[in-house]
Ligand binder design. Sequence first.
Ligand SMILES: Cc1ncc(COP(=O)(O)O)c(C=O)c1O
Length: 378
Amino acid sequence: MNSSFKLTKAAVEKLAQQYDTPLLVVSSEQVERNYSFLANYLPGVKLHYAVKANPHEAIIRKLAELGSYFDVASDGEMQFLTEMGITSERMVYANPVKTANGLKVAKDTGVYKFTFDSESEISKMAKAIPGGTVLLRVRVDNPNALVDLNKKFGAHPEDVLPLLELARKQGLDVAGLCFHVGSQSSSADAYMEALEIFRDLFDKAKEAGFALRILDIGGGFPIPAINETTDIIAMLEAIRDGLEKYFPDTEIWAEPGRFICGTVANLITRVIGTQKRNGKQWYFLDDGLYGTFSGVIFDHWDFELETFKKAENIPATFAGPSCDSLDIMFQDKMTPPLAIDDLILVPNCGAYTSASATVFNGFSKTPILVWEEIKDKA
Ligand SMILES: Cc1ncc(COP(=O)(O)O)c(C=O)c1O
């Protein structure tokens, strides 16, 4: 299993002293380990990193160096990658419902590959980028995913042929189909079911005169090293075998987000207040739900808190620094007793954390440093 990035107690203390808290530290070497691991187990699959999961420049730069492709979902993401020198050939605008400005920026930057799942999107794409290459997103059901993305996106399988036909009529390059099994999927089952269904859809499309050449299997691969009940190697091997069985001659894309960036970041946060309320222990931290812990809400994520203390655990409530009463991250979280100024390390907090943080209540976003650039001083 590829290791995950975790600062030592000594490094946490030194960094907190040097740079203050809260502080995020990102490892670009861990990005490389995660990307290489996935590329190794899914050989031949064009990996499109889902930028939304963590758009930090060091992550994008490392992935660009490694030859990754990118899943972008907005005007801002296309612009940012273009400014970093990443060519439009390496991007797919994988948002089934695109904004007017998103389509304008796609045109300006030369992005010509899209996903869609509805009739209304076809004329939008055909007008903005005539002849653009399109993949139809089809819904798949997966009760085992932590985040169900199929509530919002994906055409019904019976609508596939009519939608492909409409796209072809409007002059688009009808290239393939895509799906997303939902995030933090705990087994290969949903992928395997999807592959079988999509083989059938590809065959039906062929009978109807479409030469589909691309299948995009989306993201959802679980953050390695966290979901200990998931055997990630067995899961990837099963997907690889399924691809060989059902799609030996098709170009395969994937859109991993959390798998690539989940284990690359560590947060150093500090206890700024303690309180006993109705006999229950509360700890207030200098980062919260509106900041790096936004993943608790947007990604249904539970975070590990490393306190470096050895004492009998007690249940405690952890809250963020804002004045909003919603700003509570964890209740009844088991922890050694803590005191003001105690430092807490939060490993594996790279996915859907800083990416969805806000500056609510005037708190700045937590600064991010790159470990490989500072480790000699830490
Ligand atoms: C279209 C699309 N692709 C890829 C991803 C990345 O998913 P994950 O981070 O679970 O790999 C998402 C997540 O929302 C998505 O919507």
